[in-house]
Design a protein around this ligand. Structure first.
Ligand SMILES: [Ca+2]
Ligand SMILES: [Ca+2]
Length: 210
């Protein structure tokens, strides 16, 4: 027998037995960049996994980095390459550099980038650029490196790439659609010496129960 999903609301697990008012708890979702799983943190579960994507690095009309699911569905479409369109490309790690300067993830160069969307139930989440640890009272979901588009290419925001990022399906074709580079500081307006000239910025995603 199939259970109906409609009908009168069921007893909420957040309502106590005396029916006194309770504060509704909200939840938060975030993208876990670089891995197709979600962090092993209490109350965090995966919504879907997919592939990091975005506009072409040379196209000025691109959007931000997004996490496309592995199981797309289409509504109406044609398979012509139409002119009047925004264009979507898969993202690639651009982490190769001379031997003294790949701080991390250099083995992932030119590989495609997995991602997952994670639900932090009953929590709010925050990505902090420039930190490897969370502030007091917060729980670390994951830490990594801040990444973005090359400085002379079309920017599409910053993402926090997991420090243990992986390659998607072992693909390393140098196709250069959307690209992901480390982000490093330049002193001046950027406050130094708190920030370090030329140093690749870290990042951390933190959650807290609300
Ligand atoms: Ca490349
Ligand atoms: Ca550097």
């Amino acid at each position: 027998m199939l259970l109906s999903v409609s009908g009168p609301p069921t007893h909420s697990p957040l309502t106590n037995s005396t029916q006194s008012p309770v504060t509704p708890r909200s939840s938060s979702t975030y993208v876990h960049w670089g891995m197709n799983t979600c962090p092993n943190v209490t109350a965090t579960t995966m919504v879907y996994s997919g592939q990091a994507a975005g506009g072409h690095h040379l196209h000025t009309g691109s959007g931000e980095y997004i996490c496309l699911p592995n199981d797309p569905e289409y509504d109406k479409y044609n398979q012509n390459n139409d002119e009047n369109r925004s264009l979507m490309y898969g993202a690639e790690y651009e982490t190769h550099a001379p031997i003294t300067n790949p701080p991390a993830l250099s083995d992932l160069h030119d590989h495609d980038v997995p991602c997952s969307v994670c639900l932090a139930r009953g929590k709010t989440t925050l990505m902090i650029p420039g930190r490897t640890s969370c502030y007091s009272g917060w729980t670390k979901e994951y830490q990594g490196y801040l990444m973005g588009e090359y400085h002379s290419y079309q920017g599409k925001g910053y993402v926090c790439m997991d420090k243990n990022a992986e390659a998607l399906n072992g693909t390393d074709a140098d196709l250069n659609g959307a690209l992901l580079y480390f982000v490093e500081g330049r002193c001046g307006n950027l406050q130094c010496p708190q920030y370090l000239e030329g140093a690749e910025l870290a990042c951390v995603v933190c959650s807290i129960t609300i």
